[in-house]
Ligand binder design. Structure first.
Ligand code: OXD
Ligand code: MN
Length: 596
């Protein structure tokens, strides 16, 4: 039964059904009964395995096809009317050609199958930030994941009413053929088509495709921002809470930072971190002339390997009920799951993520490195009481970061908004450096949005600058780097909970209660102002973290920075006349400052 009389919705579903030709169409109403029936069906067909319900209530296990385990940037296209609108950092396809090509793939792809209609909201229903999407899919796995990651069901259609303003998402599994796998975004049409994949990032269309690629374009047109940022709140002993949003490329510990537990000394004093979101932030100008942010998602689609009771207890606890595990190790004897870094007891006599016999003693990995958990955000022990606040939370600081063995100091602050936009635009991250201290390859990843910006990144930077002009109370902008290595390839900063010490400095800067040293790249802390009390970190041998070593990771190393300037020039050159003049000026200023 249809959940709406909205003509635009009904006629679009009709059109898509004519093309894909499913045997039946089923609306997802968001009810537990329907979800339970779908879980039972997925278990009956082998699509999912029901885990031990005493140990992991409501949890299921799924394996993707072996050739379908990650986002496919090479097959992801922005189908804007012209190549220039997609810009030099996106793959582009002419929309007419893209529709024609993909229609052939979608044609009759759902024969013998069911088309599920998933009405979903990104953002709490009724929030002024919220946006509606509808995903048509022939995968129960997608339905059940979407029910965790977004708000699904009748209330969404009620919110949409007769409006035509919804994202039109179409997904079909087809044959999981890599050669015919396409993730197509049509920002001008509010449309996403995804085929031949069953992997989360490609098929949970609310996430990267909508909440970042399409939404970044919408934000540009409607004066708001969709960013690849976690949101967290720091509660002070006084009870006051300040919020920050932080952008990092994938694999830099975003989920860990979002769920950080402060060091013991701080806990004892009454400090606490609250998670609002771990991956995506939608930001709008608030009544105070600042930015407020919501997390448009309702769950965490987190990387499993490395998650354990020490590295991120809050994430691990979040996965203990109502969670879908994908491509980890299935422990069939226990009805539980395992992954590298969970604990030191891999199950024996079990299969690996591919379903092949696996012997952990050989050193071969059992879980795919990109294996995932899909967990309800509400499970998280440190979920913010305001995580569903329809007005969002006010953002005091925006933090950019990446993985840099050298060059970037532990933390620095931009001089102002324009300089902050520059700092975001020059973000970069390295492939993990070898233990010998060799430096990995630098990939420039502006604002951590390289694979997620739905339009020309030159226009996106201009949008950031324009937003700044509208803000009378703009968040302060910072850059952090938890990953500095010494000459022997050892981490000079402990990371994890101790990153709280840097957050504290950042928030003190926001309220103007601590000084800083002005340098060529921006404001750097005085070592004495980062609290090392109670820190017990050995860098190597008997070399401990102390003020002197802290000074080393706060230093601006001119030669490295000049190398960076050359690589930033290469990036900027790709944008031609789309490069905002302000950013070119900032780059000149940086170079001049460094050469002084
Ligand atoms: C993610 C990613 O899955 O950034 O969040 O790849
Ligand atoms: Mn991400």
């Amino acid at each position: 039964m249809s959940l709406t009389t909205n003509k635009a919705v009904l006629s679009w579903i009709d059109e898509m059904a004519k093309m894909t030709n499913p045997d039946r169409i089923v609306w997802i109403d968001g009810s537990e009964e329907q979800a339970e029936a779908l879980r039972a069906e997925a278990v009956a067909t082998g699509e999912m395995i029901k885990l031990n319900q005493e140990k992991l209530p409501g949890c299921y296990y799924h394996r993707t096809a072996v050739n379908d385990v990650a986002r496919v940037e090479g097959r992801t296209f922005i189908c804007a009317p012209t190549k220039e609108e997609a810009g030099p950092t996106n793959n582009w396809m002419d929309p007419k050609e893209a529709y024609a090509m993909a229609s052939e793939i979608f044609k009759n792809s759902m024969v013998g199958r069911t088309m599920y209609v998933i009405p979903f909201s990104m953002g709490a229903i009724g929030s002024p930030f919220a946006k509606v999407g509808i995903e048509l899919t022939d995968s129960i796995y997608v339905v059940l994941n979407m029910c965790i990651m977004t708000r699904v069901g009748k209330a969404v259609m009620d919110m949409l009413g007769d409006s035509e303003d919804f994202v039109h998402g179409l997904h079909a599994r087809c044959d999981i053929d890599e050669e015919k796998r396409y993730i197509l975004q049509f920002p001008q049409d509010n449309t996403i088509w995804s085929c031949n994949s069953g992997y989360g990032g490609n098929v949970l269309l609310g996430k990267k495709c909508f909440a970042l690629r399409i939404a970044s374009y919408q934000g540009w047109k409607e004066s708001w921002m969709a960013e690849h940022m976690l949101i967290l709140g720091v509660e002070f002993p006084s009870g006051e809470t300040k919020y920050v949003a932080a952008a990092f490329p994938s694999a830099c510990g975003k989920t860990n930072l979002a769920m950080l537990i402060p060091p013991k000394d701080y806990l004892d004093k009454g400090y606490k971190v609250w998670t609002v979101g771990d991956d995506i932030a939608w930001l709008r100008i608030n009544d105070e002339g600042g930015l407020s942010a919501v997390n448009p998602e309702a769950g965490f689609f987190g990387v499993a390997p490395g998650t354990n009771m020490k590295s991120n207890p809050n994430a691990l606890i979040s996965t203990q009920k109502g969670t879908i595990f994908t491509n980890v190790v299935y422990n069939s004897a226990e009805g539980t799951v395992w992954w590298e870094g969970l604990d030191k007891n891999p199950p024996k006599g079990e299969n690996n993520w591919k379903g092949e016999p696996w012997d952990p003693t050989t050193g071969e990995k059992g879980a795919h490195p990109n294996s995932r958990f899909t967990a309800p955000a509400a499970n998280c022990p440190c979920i913010s009481p305001r995580w569903e606040d329809p007005a969002g939370v006010p953002i005091s600081a925006i933090i950019f970061g990446g993985r840099r063995a050298k060059t970037a100091p532990l933390v620095y602050q931009s001089r102002d908004w324009q300089h902050g936009v520059f700092v975001g635009s020059i973000m970069a991250s390295e492939t993990t450096a070898a233990a010998s201290g060799a430096v990995g390859v630098v990939r420039r990843d502006p604002m951590a949005m390289l694979p997620f910006c739905g339009y020309n990144m030159g226009d996106y930077w201009q949008h950031w600058l324009d937003m700044g002009k509208k803000l009378t109370n703009a968040p302060k902008i910072f850059n952090v780097n938890w990953f500095r290595l010494n000459e022997n390839g050892k981490f000079m900063w402990p990371g994890f909970g101790d990153n709280f010490r840097v957050l504290e400095w950042i928030l003190k800067r926001c309220e103007g209660s601590v000084g800083a040293r002005e340098t060529a790249i921006g404001y750097i802390p005085y070592a004495k102002d980062i609290n090392l009390e109670g820190m017990d970190y050995t860098i190597e041998g008997d070399i401990k973290m102390n003020e002197e070593n802290l000074d080393k990771i706060l230093a601006v190393e001119t030669d490295y920075w000049l190398e960076d300037v050359a690589s930033i020039k290469e990036l900027y050159a790709k944008f031609g006349s789309k490069l905002p003049r302000e950013l070119a000026t900032e780059l000149e200023t940086l170079e001049t400052n460094l050469k002084k």
